[in-house]
Ligand binder design. Structure first.
Ligand code: FES
Ligand SMILES: [Fe+2]
Length: 441
């Protein structure tokens, strides 16, 4: 049996001390805490707004509603992208009501004011009826910062937050080899859920729940603690490398036959699982070799730049405060929760899946089954509990949210008691504590 072992589950180069703040329930249930986040957290971070592929021509827009706020990202004549608050400078009407689309001018539905795609007011009714003269050419939509990374567009409300590349550090660098720039968002799924947004953030900040919530993953993802590497960064983001194409070491699959579905995955790469009976952990190395040899002829040209680890393992990046990017070599999952506009005990959960374009590929098998390979092949919003899948594994994660929210409301809950492997949760909450108290710059 060959198992790649780490001496420490936390990378010595990327570890962060924690203070031990008590993680109390109020942050999940109180309106006061929610208001503090609104004032001191959300304006101070970058938000993923959409994908660059939605913005091809001047006037193409994406609208991102976030809590009570709404932001529009608009393609410019010069090829750039600008972000604006979605509010009319006349009397505040929300300008864009659709999720995405294309407009020659941004036009307010109330009194018909029109704005160029660069946000400049260009047409009003009765332009001479303003004390300061015609406001056209002088008045502009309120603009926010807007930057892109890979296939994504981000926005930020605060001028003092570092630029996106610096804010993401070191994850842009860590993710560079995957060649994400031209990956295509095929699934855009979301739902309303009955729990605070941090419930799922905590869930993505630990792998402790895998054996209980995702037992099916154990036959092809090694969630054994000694083989899982955590990295914690000063920026507040963190990551987890989990060995893939190898069964868990929590259960002895390694001395028996290669379990399903790893056996079929191996066969798909021309590796005979029978050759690995009794030493199933070794099949990971055989699959790396096969991917190197066969990948280019199957259209997986991005394999050439990937490390062996990237070819077979799972790299979960959890960005502070609410964005998770889960990488496998052929799939990027964006998993995110956002606060409900008014209720701290509700949130919006989003699950996007992106894939590399492979020549000739007409469809693919993703978390909700086989779908056509194209931009936004499936876009849907549901209410959790109505039986609409957010993806097989995501459904399992969501399944615990409501009962955890209920339990956190109990007078008997005195604060979290975390094992060492959940230090990323501790760090998240300590940074959150700092933000809501207005401590970070
Ligand atoms: S509120 Fe927009 S034109 Fe009046
Ligand atoms: Fe999970």
């Amino acid at each position: 049996m060959t198992v790649v072992e780490n001496k420490s589950r936390y990378s010595p180069d990327f570890d962060v001390e924690v203070r031990g703040d008590t993680i109390t329930a109020d942050r999940y249930i109180s309106k006061e805490w929610m208001e503090k986040e609104k004032q001191n957290l959300w304006p101070k971070v970058w938000h993923l707004g959409g994908v660059v592929a939605e913005l091809e021509e001047e006037g193409d827009f994406i609208r991102h509603n976030f809590g009570k706020e709404s932001v529009i990202m608009v393609k410019q004549a010069d090829g750039g992208i600008k972000a604006f608050y979605n509010t009319c400078p006349h009397r505040g009407n929300r300008l864009i009501v659709g999720e995405s689309g294309s407009v020659p001018r941004i036009t307010c539905g109330y009194h018909g004011w029109q704005f160029d795609t660069d946000g400049t007011l260009v047409s009003v009714q009765d332009p001479d009826d303003f004390a300061g003269g015609n406001p056209c050419g002088k008045t502009k939509l309120a603009e926010l910062r807007c930057e892109t990374w890979g296939p994504f567009v981000f926005w930020c409300m605060d001028d003092d937050v570092p630029p996106l590349a610096q804010w993401m550090a070191p994850l842009q660098e860590r993710l560079a080899n995957y060649g994400l720039d031209n990956w295509v968002r095929v699934l855009k799924l979301s739902c309303d859920a009955e729990f605070n947004w941090k419930i799922i953030r905590d869930n993505f900040n630990e792998s402790y729940h895998l054996p209980t919530i995702h037992p099916e993953l154990a036959t092809f993802i090694n969630d054994g603690l000694p083989t899982t590497l955590f990295e914690m960064y000063e920026s507040g983001h963190n990551s987890m490398w989990m060995i893939g194409h190898q069964a868990t070491t929590r259960v002895d699959y390694h001395s028996a036959e290669v379990p399903a579905p790893l056996d079929d995955i191996a066969r798909a790469w021309g590796v005979d699982p029978a050759d690995y009976n009794g030493h199933t952990g070794d099949i990971r190395a055989a699959i790396i070799k096969a991917k190197r040899e066969l990948g280019p002829s199957r259209g997986y040209h991005m394999y050439a730049n990937m490390t062996d680890q990237q070819l077979v393992d799972y790299f979960h990046c959890t960005l502070f405060p609410n964005l998770t990017l889960t990488m496998s070599p052929e799939q990027l999952q964006v998993l995110r929760t956002e606060p409900h506009p008014t209720d701290p005990e509700k949130c919006i959960f989003q699950h996007w899946c992106l894939y590399p374009p492979i020549e000739g590929q007409k469809e693919l098998v993703g978390p909700i089954g086989t779908v056509p390979f194209k931009l936004d092949s499936v876009v849907r919003h549901s209410t959790y509990g109505d039986g609409v899948s957010l993806g097989f594994v995501a459904d399992q994660d969501l399944s615990i949210g409501t009962t955890q929210q209920q339990g956190l409301n109990s007078r008997g809950f005195k604060g979290c008691l975390l094992p060492g492997q959940e230090k990323r949760i501790q760090r998240f909450h300590e940074l959150l504590n700092d933000y809501v108290e207005g401590k970070p710059a």
